[in-house]
Design a protein around this ligand. Structure first.
Ligand SMILES: *Cc1c(COP(=O)(O)O)cnc(C)c1O
Length: 425
């Protein structure tokens, strides 16, 4: 191929207008206006004679996940925090987390004064490596918090078995995998508690929002209180102007409640989630077939047990020898210029992540021993480190485009590989 990279002033492979995210559906405006005019803007407001959006969403999301209970939260970080609190994880306990994830996996553990123990990932799935996980268990370990990352899922068969044998509860962080299925079972329903984020970029979103799910009524009651300053729902009949939340706590909480406006948007978005999953998965399969024909381009395939894949990010491992030995960051810049769409390296490993700096907060200076144990510099995470050098990711909105846009993505990889000598480093 002759020609010039778009980055060097050539013609880009496409000038497509990519799909926008989020995508409000038909009911969004009506639901928001109803909440606005009802005068009930929060769960912690006065009873207005009907159920809140928050309760309606909780019921629908539990049903969607085929599980008994859902407790919505303000965001995914608070969902993780109350999941740990509900499971009575606290001061100085070790919690095993993957070394490749969003920073909230670690900061939520610090939030309950526990110690995040970083475990390396499986290079095929980029999710926590079960062998490394089991090797990291010590008498101080109190819980396992796994993440279903990008487009794959952690190996739940092995992780549940490890949890059972060691008597450790498993939290499933599904912030990137709402509705995914592992051998038919929804993500978040296999461990003790599943947690979700509904932040702007996620597959189910209200701008900001979150949720926890569980089949255990005792845990659900604790989760409810932990996110509502210890309050519970009134059980008797209510009169207008009564508060629906009553102060009869069995556990102290914080305010991590989802607003009525967020819940309205989630009701709107949940209605189309499975259809969108199918559309994204069909495009992802096509794109994978196209990319696998290009030497050095290896899309990350969901594990074989993932019977319903979800694509928060589409991830691709490059053999950089096929790309002139140039750094991934430079290849990403060239691809972005061809596509007019962001292409970026996957997360940095947590021991090298600029967002993960526990020593910058005085609240974690509990003792010299605690400070040593929470220091991320003490970990070696070779696979997570290598992933950041070799794996690039593309955020999901492009997967709602037409088939032509998948061909454009494949054409961009092909062009950048062929003209890689032009890529500036
Ligand atoms: C987004 C995300 C979170 C945090 O969710 P927020 O709603 O931003 O607090 C936690 N874990 C993972 C894996 C995420 O992707």
């Amino acid at each position: 191929m002759t020609g010039t990279l778009a980055l060097m002033g050539g013609r880009p492979v496409t000038d497509l207008a990519w799909p926008q995210w989020p995508r409000p559906q038909a009911d969004a405006g009506t639901l928001l206006t109803l909440a606005l005019e009802s005068g009930r803007w929060a769960l912690s407001g006065e009873w207005k004679g009907h159920r809140t959006n928050e309760q309606r969403f909780a019921e629908r999301f539990a049903a969607y996940n085929e599980i008994g209970h859902c407790v919505p939260t303000a965001n995914g970080t608070s969902a993780l925090t109350i999941a740990l609190e509900a499971l009575e994880v606290g001061a100085d306990d070790d919690v095993l987390i993957p070394g490749l994830t969003w920073v909230a996996s670690a900061s939520s553990v610090l939030n309950v004064n526990a110690v995040p123990v970083l475990v390396d990932v499986d290079p095929e799935t980029l999710c926590i490596d079960p062998d490394a996980l089991e090797a990291a268990i010590t008498p101080r370990t109190r819980a396992i918090s796994v993440v279903h990352l990008y487009c794959s899922m952690a190996d739940m068969d092995r992780i549940l078995d490890i949890g059972r044998r060691h008597g450790l509860p498993v939290i499933e962080d599904c912030a990137q995998a709402h509705g995914a299925r592992w051998n038919g079972r929804r993500a978040g329903t296999m461990g003790a508690i599943g947690t979700f984020s509904m932040q702007q970029t996620k597959l189910l979103t209200a701008g900001e929002g979150g949720a926890t799910i569980t089949d255990d009524a005792w845990l659900a009651d604790r989760l409810f209180q932990l996110r509502a300053d210890g309050r519970r729902l009134a059980t008797g009949s209510l009169l207008p102007r009564d508060m629906e939340l009553v102060e009869n706590s069995s556990v102290m909480g914080n305010n991590y409640c989802l607003s009525e406006f967020g819940a309205a948007l989630l009701l709107d978005q949940l209605a189309v989630l499975d259809q969108e999953h199918q559309d994204r998965a069909a495009n992802a399969e096509l794109l994978t077939r196209l990319l696998e024909k290009i030497p050095g381009v290896r899309p990350v395939r969901p594990a074989a047990s993932v019977t319903m894949p979800t694509y928060y990010h589409y991830a691709i491992r490059l053999d950089l020898r096929e790309f002139g030995g140039k750094p991934l960051r430079a290849i990403c810049r060239a691809l972005r210029a061809e596509l007019g769409y962001p292409v970026q390296p996957c997360y940095p490993a947590l021991n090298a992540n600029p967002l993960y700096q526990p020593h910058t907060k005085r609240r974690y200076s509990i003792s010299a021993d605690h400070e040593r144990r929470i220091d991320p510099a003490g970990y070696k995470l070779p696979e997570a480190t290598r992933a950041h050098e070799e794996v690039l990711t593309m955020h999901h909105p492009f997967l709602l485009g037409g088939e032509g846009s998948m061909e454009a993505v494949a054409a961009a990889f092909s062009k950048v590989r062929t003209l890689v000598s032009q890529v500036p480093v």
